[in-house]
Ligand binder design. Structure first.
Ligand SMILES: [Mg+2]
Length: 309
């Protein structure tokens, strides 16, 4: 664990550095408040800071105040060192945002105990952050395939539509539905069905460029958003690459299922369709692809009714 020591008094600074290094901490040293503030602004700054109260340039308590004014940075646990033992100073330090304080002179055991307390708080905080991140992933991803889920892809669609509008580009919505998927589940069992879904999802993700997003909408239906699609032909080309790719996927031995996919795609030009309309248009195209025999791509749109199979 990295710890910042900010102390202007050299003997005290060296002593702190020697103790912490001996106890296995990785130490970053600052000789005054300004230097400490610079260190704390760096990416990957230490999460625990020992700040001396009285320092030239900027006092420890000011460094602490600035730390607490930042909203979008990881929390830094502050242990304030002070030789003043007047109650009023300690109150001021805590109000400035210090988590703990030590009154000089202190001995090594005292320092170690206070560092352990700080580390415990930071560990708990890290667990909370990890739990929150895991919840966020759970709320936005399909657990089976790891793709975006239904709710998340609609948020992304809205965001990408706004971006397309601003940049006057167009966005492709591709709906892909595996053909006769129920038969796969019925014939080979649900484990195989799940395996197929996972493999198809992995293939879709591989086929994406940097500006595309892929979701499992539920069941055997997938949705791909492709940004900056220059023409209907370009969208059709992408959809066809997906369709042919899925048909070529292999899921094991000779008896294993072969899978095909029907695709409906629509391109949304700036100022034209709303998110819902783009989805509906792609969905209608998908319906036509299914109706007309499956394993085919249908481009939806008032003028463009290109079809490939
Ligand atoms: Mg000092």
């Amino acid at each position: 664990m990295r710890v910042l020591i900010a102390e202007d008094e050299p003997v005290s600074r060296h002593m702190l550095e020697a103790f912490l290094t001996k106890w296995g901490y990785e130490v970053v040293v600052a000789g005054d408040g300004r230097e400490a503030w610079q260190v704390l602004q760096q990416d990957d700054a230490p999460k625990l800071a020992i700040l001396d109260w009285m320092m030239p340039g900027m006092e420890g308590v000011q460094v602490c105040q600035r730390l607490r004014e930042r909203a979008d940075h990881p929390y830094v646990y502050v242990l304030m060192l002070t030789s003043r033992d007047r109650k009023q100073d300690l109150v001021e330090g805590i109000e400035a945002g210090a988590d703990d304080y030590l009154i000089k002179p202190f001995d090594a055991h005292e320092l170690m105990a206070h560092l352990h307390a700080g580390k415990r708080i930071l560990d708990v905080q890290q667990e909370l952050i990890s739990a929150r991140d895991a919840l966020r992933v759970q709320a936005t991803h399909d657990p089976l395939t790891g793709l975006w889920n239904h709710a998340a892809i609609f948020d992304i669609l809205r965001r990408e539509l706004e971006r397309a509008q601003r940049q006057r580009t167009s966005l492709g919505v591709v709906m892909a539905d595996l053909d006769h998927f129920k038969q796969i589940n019925d014939t080979f069992g649900h484990d195989t069905g799940d395996h197929v879904l996972i493999q198809v999802a992995a293939f879709l993700q591989e086929s994406l460029s940097g500006s595309a997003f892929c979701a499992r909408l539920g069941g055997e239906e997938f949705c791909v958003l492709v940004s900056d699609v220059a023409s209907d032909d370009e969208l059709l080309l992408f959809a066809e690459r997906v369709r042919r790719g899925v048909r070529e996927l292999r899921f094991g031995g000779r008896d294993q299922p072969r899978v095909t996919v029907s695709i409906g795609a629509a391109r949304r030009l700036a100022h034209e369709l709303t998110a819902r309309e783009a989805i509906v248009r792609a969905d209608q195209a998908l319906y036509c692809a299914k109706r007309d025999g499956r394993d085919r791509t249908q481009l939806g749109g008032p003028e463009a009714m290109a079809v490939a199979s």
